[in-house]
Design a protein around this ligand. Sequence first.
Ligand code: C2E
Ligand code: MG
Ligand code: MG
Ligand code: MG
Length: 289
Amino acid sequence: RAKDEGRSRFSAYSSEHSRLIQRRLKIEALLRRAIDDELLEVHYQPIVSLAQGKTVGIEALLRLRDDQGELISPADFIPVAEETGRIIEIGEWCLRQSCLQLANWHRRFDPELYLSVNVSTRQFQAHSFNNTLEGAIHDAQIRPQHLMIEITESLLLHDNQNNLDRFEQLKSLGCQIAIDDFGTGYSALSYLMKFPLSVLKIDRSFISPDTEENFEQGIVEAIIQMSQSMNLKVIAEGVETQQQLEMLRQLSSDIAIQGYLISKPLPVDEMSQFFESSRQADTRVSSGQ
Ligand code: C2E
Ligand code: MG
Ligand code: MG
Ligand code: MG
């Protein structure tokens, strides 16, 4: 009896295990063809300044389409791309594509709009990164000031010379550097201060916790105060409700927000429509006077 149970538990385990392996192999195969077969697309999510009451930036978020036309989430394919090294060419593609799109939106809607792009540690540290970045900026004819590079806290733990040089290169080029998912990793103040950063993005787990109700007021307030004293700008991620927006506004009128309350990430055409329709004041964010 016990033996049978053990065996069926094992086969349940091994079939789950082989399902995961199949999925992993499928993603690896898709990633190998992703650029040539045009399986990637970039979606964009607006970033809204509370003080200005309008969209001031957009974050580029990558999507992978399988052969059935289903979108695969970056949470599923980015880690695979990082492990296999594909992240370098995919990240480069995303950067070039989104810079060109930014230039288009500059012409059509707002010449001050900035673009924020996620860059993996492995991509950031690659020798080719600086050339890639300069090439993307040059070819799109945008100004480096309009490009924000999002990295994660873990990168700050590698304070080796190579890493510090890379930060200095970005800074002298004129790009902004943001720490994504801030508060979830380990970054002591002393680490933050070593690097020329411009923005902290407060992780959405503090803004809209899965446990409902509680906005992590204390943590959010502490991050905002710390940012002000370090002269860093703040973007609150994952703002889903009007109530969360009001609580943030009470903590600071000087931050920007991003989240489903404003919009989910949108394909290019829908993002254009969003700009089109927000030529009228955004009533959700304006203070209503
Ligand atoms: P991220 O950079 O922190 O991006 C924010 C994620 O939160 C996005 O998920 C976005 O759709 C989601 N989000 C935004 N507002 C809300 C909200 O109000 N509620 C909830 N529940 N979620 C919200 P997405 O697009 O699935 O991307 C997941 C992660 O994948 C990104 O997290 C980023 O770390 C990574 N990623 C996406 N594109 C790229 C890329 O081009 N390169 C690299 N290296 N990583 C990328
Ligand atoms: Mg991000
Ligand atoms: Mg992230
Ligand atoms: Mg984030």
